[in-house]
Design a protein around this ligand. Structure first.
Ligand SMILES: Cc1cc2nc3c(=O)[nH]c(=O)nc-3n(C[C@H](O)[C@H](O)[C@H](O)COP(=O)(O)OP(=O)(O)OC[C@H]3O[C@@H](n4cnc5c(N)ncnc54)[C@H](O)[C@@H]3O)c2cc1C
Length: 418
């Protein structure tokens, strides 16, 4: 029923259910909190640390994330870097360099202004501060009512709000609820290994000294990609405690490559011995202890298709809305772009400028168009990344790491920060 402001009483008591407390879900929660919009946030994990660990490069989306976070947290983003002592912008190294994996020659380069290499666990932990996240809450199902939506969790509990947003990652259950079979991911025909490892102090120093200060990426002309970086170095004085991330992809080259279960590190080592890799890639792989866990992985994507938002009562953001490969480094950037756009939409509902349906329709069409484009571009980048001769024609060479759609910067970003 409409009131004098032209919106329903339900919209006046707007309450958002956020499913997923990854970086994007938490960014949404902070943005809503700043604007006095009521919300509850849930995650299926047991605790803030209980998910896989990796690093990602934040570039163009940094002002949007910082605008959503309380100033005190935004000012601590540098602490979430894999190496908090590095300021790539001040040393002119806020760039992505693609090295030739055999010669270590810097073959291709493009800028990532203000880029930071972010430690997933640190940013999750920091962004969870001052939020009442309900862990151990795995969303199973969604139910719609005349003026709201109810989330049902695997522990038998449920919660009702005016709108539910699925920020529950690449294998999103919310997406499945909205789209059924059309929510299914596509598996790309590449081998993926993504793991963390430690070395002796001498080995760790040898590797770290040879890495690009932002993130080190190399492609072996045989068609094999590696991204190598330090992941955790809490005790700077004891390099034997540092952990490193090795992320490697390639098109299957032998029958064994199709085996996702066993001898994964052994196989990676065999490829690196055979393909004449330069340092530090060769040693970083060779020195990884043989008992290092290399979990089963697949390169999965989901190209966005429009979903029914049930009159503005359900939507998606982040990897749930567009699951892409990391070869153009756009997943987290788009997730923070979505988070910013969603909070903007909720502000319009709260002020009465738009109804919930109008605001969510507008948000959805932006995310859906941008998501579909970026998933496709990143997929194309993945194929080019494994074809050295053609790499010069790949999307990163023509558009770098820029977003596929124009974003208006938040007011807070227009004022230079100290
Ligand atoms: C190896 C690697 C390298 C990457 N490199 C880059 C890069 O350089 N640049 C870049 O921009 N992006 C990169 N990305 C992508 C980036 O990490 C993701 O886009 C980003 O983490 C997405 O954030 P999110 O909050 O949407 O999802 P997630 O971080 O996946 O968080 C989803 C949350 O939802 C919870 N959840 C899942 N299912 C349920 C459920 N049913 N109920 C309740 N909770 C649930 C999960 O526990 C999790 O906490 C990379 C990704 C990987 C894996």
């Amino acid at each position: 029923m409409g009131n004098m402001n032209g919106h329903t009483s339900n919209e006046a008591q707007l309450k958002v259910l956020i499913i997923g407390a990854g970086p994007a879900g938490c960014a949404i929660a902070h943005g809503l909190k700043k604007n006095d919009i009521s919300f509850s946030i849930f995650d299926r994990a047991k605790s803030v640390e209980a998910t896989r660990h990796w690093a990602f490069t934040v570039g163009w989306s940094r002002p949007f994330l910082c605008d959503l976070l309380p100033e005190e947290l935004a000012n601590r983003l540098t602490e979430c870097q894999v190496d908090p002592a590095i300021d790539c912008q001040s040393i002119g190294k806020d760039e992505i360099v693609i090295y030739d994996g055999v010669t270590k020659k810097d073959e291709f380069k493009f800028p990532v202004p203000g880029g930071k290499e972010i430690n997933m666990r640190k940013i999750r932990t920091m962004c969870a501060e001052n939020l009442d996240i309900q862990y151990n809450k795995k969303l199973l199902d969604i139910e719609y009512h005349d003026h709201g939506v109810t989330a049902h969790f695997d522990d038998g509990t449920s919660e009702t709000g005016s709108i539910l947003i699925g920020v529950d990652g690449a294998s999103s259950q919310v997406r499945r609820c909205l789209l059924g079979r059309a929510a299914q991911a596509e598996v790309l025909p590449f081998v993926l290994m993504n793991f963390n490892t430690k070395y002796t102090a001498e080995q760790a120093l040898f590797i770290k000294e040879r890495l690009h200060p932002l993130v080190d990426i190399a492609i072996n002309p045989s068609g094999h990609y590696i991204r190598l970086n330090v992941l955790d170095m809490d005790d700077r004085e004891r390099p034997e405690t540092w952990s490193f991330q090795i992320l490697s992809t390639w098109a299957p080259k032998c029958v064994e490559d199709y085996d996702n279960e066993t001898d994964r590190l052994k196989r990676l080592k065999e490829h690196f011995r055979r393909d004449n890799w330069a340092e530090p890639y060769r040693s970083a792989v060779e020195w990884a202890p043989d008992d290092t866990e290399v979990l089963r992985d697949q390169l999965k994507i989901w190209k966005t298709v429009p979903w029914e938002n049930h009159g503005g009562r359900a939507t998606l953001a982040g990897d749930a809305a567009h699951a892409m490969t990391f070869h153009r480094g756009q997943g987290a950037n788009n997730a923070f772009g979505d988070a910013y756009g969603f909070v903007l939409a909720m502000k319009k509902v709260k002020s009465g400028e738009k109804t919930l349906k109008e605001a969510v329709d507008e948000y959805d069409s932006n995310v859906q168009e941008r998501g579909a484009k970026e998933v496709q571009i990143s997929k194309s980048q993945t194929f080019f990344t494994h074809d050295w001769a053609a790499f010069k024609d790949s999307p990163v060479m023509t558009m770098g790491t820029k977003p596929v759609a124009a974003f208006e910067l938040p007011e807070s970003a227009k004022v230079p920060k100290a």
